[in-house]
Design a protein around this ligand. Structure first.
Ligand code: XMP
Length: 425
């Protein structure tokens, strides 16, 4: 189905993503392009009902391209070339945008996840035909939604590879196997590479070195699996719109160059399939929900790629890794029972490399200390502490000291970011 689209031209605003979101929330699709957008690229865009040239803080000296200036679509500008700004107040902004998009430009509110899924299934089939696609399925939201979309579009012509690096949370590999391997009947290759990762990481205490080892080993394992599979032409990736916006175009600052499974060797280069690359995170979640993925997969809190590897502080040992995995599972279970899932942004335990004296059965013994961390944030750049109810803290503490082997103390980290980062490493 051909959906209507509003084109947002980045002429120096730092709020293009927000504007794009606001219009999508009205039910009209949006895309953001740089002020230098050329004739050729513009001519490929379809369904345009209007163009917004959005200037702002980074707009000094910005001059939009002739292609945009002379385009045949109705255009308005904010904070560009002397134009006024959009209203600040949320309700006023919404009323203003709604009037512009629906009354002035006559757009239809036909952006919704059902239409998106139907469109993507068709587009994926058109792109890959009867060829084969490979996907690194981590079990995170983005790769899970991509897997579900591709299974719907091409079934067993998709092969998912789930690499368990031994640093996943409790129950995660099992859930991937159950949901994708069993329920959705996907073609799933499961690789338990725990020993391989832990051997490589043995004795390594510096956090960035740990991250590099985990990242490099992940690519190596994935590459080995990819080589075993014959006749693959495409690689699917869970790239999402913020990755593209942040990678920087026009005046947007390049925050990070984003590669999901970047770093594959030259002879293993595939054409990419990136079906959610125009979606914001909560839209990806809505698609996941519409495709029937379980809530605890779709509404999962952020989890670092190096996983529990950066929560087992210093050199990783199997006993502490197990203790962090078990204590994290207890914390998550208790937060979920208390109705806090989806309300607290991120919560987890970590385990520093310190032992302290404890008593058990009238004897002194040295045990590990587990740290509880729970934070709220908008963009992960700064974070505030979640004030956990005392009774809940008490319950979690008792469960951890009684149920987790080797642990005799529980600490509650009250440090905001700054000065502490969210993770300990
Ligand atoms: P920090 O610790 O820097 O974390 O305050 C901010 C957010 O980023 C997550 N994080 C990572 N995510 N790979 C990731 O994919 C990493 O190496 C990594 N380190 C931190 C962290 O969980 C938090 O949500």
């Amino acid at each position: 189905m051909q959906q209507d689209m509003i084109l947002i031209i980045d002429a120096g605003s730092d709020k293009n993503a927000q504007l794009a979101r606001e219009i999508r929330d009205l039910g009209v699709y949006t895309e953001i392009y740089p002020y230098s957008l050329g004739e050729e690229e513009l001519s490929k865009l379809v369904g345009i009902k209007g163009v917004i040239v959005n200037g702002g803080v980074n707009g000094e000296g910005v001059v939009i391209s002739d292609a945009i200036k002379n385009c045949r679509y109705p255009t308005v500008a904010y904070e560009y070339d002397g134009a006024a700004a959009l209203p600040e107040n949320d309700d006023e902004r919404k009323a203003h945008l709604s009037k512009l998009v629906f009354d002035t430009w006559g757009a239809e509110p036909n952006w919704n996840m059902e239409n998106f899924i139907a469109d993507q299934v068709e587009l994926i089939r058109k792109q890959v035909g009867d060829k084969k696609v490979l996907l690194a399925l981590s079990g995170g939201v983005d790769s899970s939604v991509v897997a579900a979309l591709l299974i719907k579009a091409i079934g067993n012509n998709l092969t998912c590879v789930h690499v368990n690096h031994g640093l996943l949370r409790k129950g995660e590999p099992e859930q991937v196997i159950n949901v994708f391997g069993k329920e959705l009947g996907a073609n799933l290759v499961y690789v338990d590479a725990t020993d391989r990762f832990l051997d490589k990481l043995a004795g390594v205490s510096e956090s960035e070195t740990k991250r590099k080892i985990i990242g490099a080993e992940f690519i190596r394992v994935f590459e080995e699996e990819a080589r075993k599979l014959k006749g693959i032409d495409f690689l699917a990736q869970g790239t999402i719109y913020p990755d593209i916006i942040e990678s920087g175009h026009g005046t947007a600052k390049a925050v990070k160059a984003h590669h999901n499974v970047g770093g594959l060797p030259d002879d293993l280069q595939f054409e990419l399939v990136e079906p959610v690359k125009m979606l914001f995170k909560d839209e990806v979640r809505m698609v996941g929900k519409a495709l029937g993925l379980p809530d605890n997969m779709v509404f999962r809190q952020p989890f670092p790629g190096p996983g529990l590897g950066v929560r087992c502080i210093g050199a990783i040992t199997r006993d502490r890794l197990e203790a962090v995995r078990e204590s994290d599972a207890i914390l998550r279970e208790e937060f979920e029972n208390a109705g806090l899932r989806g309300k607290v942004w991120q919560y987890f335990t970590c385990i520093p490399d310190i032992k302290s004296v404890g008593v058990k059965d009238n004897a002194r013994y040295m045990g590990w200390a587990v740290v509880i961390r729970a934070v709220n944030t908008v963009d992960a750049m700064t974070a505030e502490i979640e004030e956990i109810d005392y009774a809940l803290l008490h319950k979690i503490t008792n469960r951890i000291i009684n149920e987790v082997a080797g642990v005799n103390r529980v600490l509650y980290d009250l440090t905001p970011k700054p000065t502490g980062t969210i993770e300990w490493e």
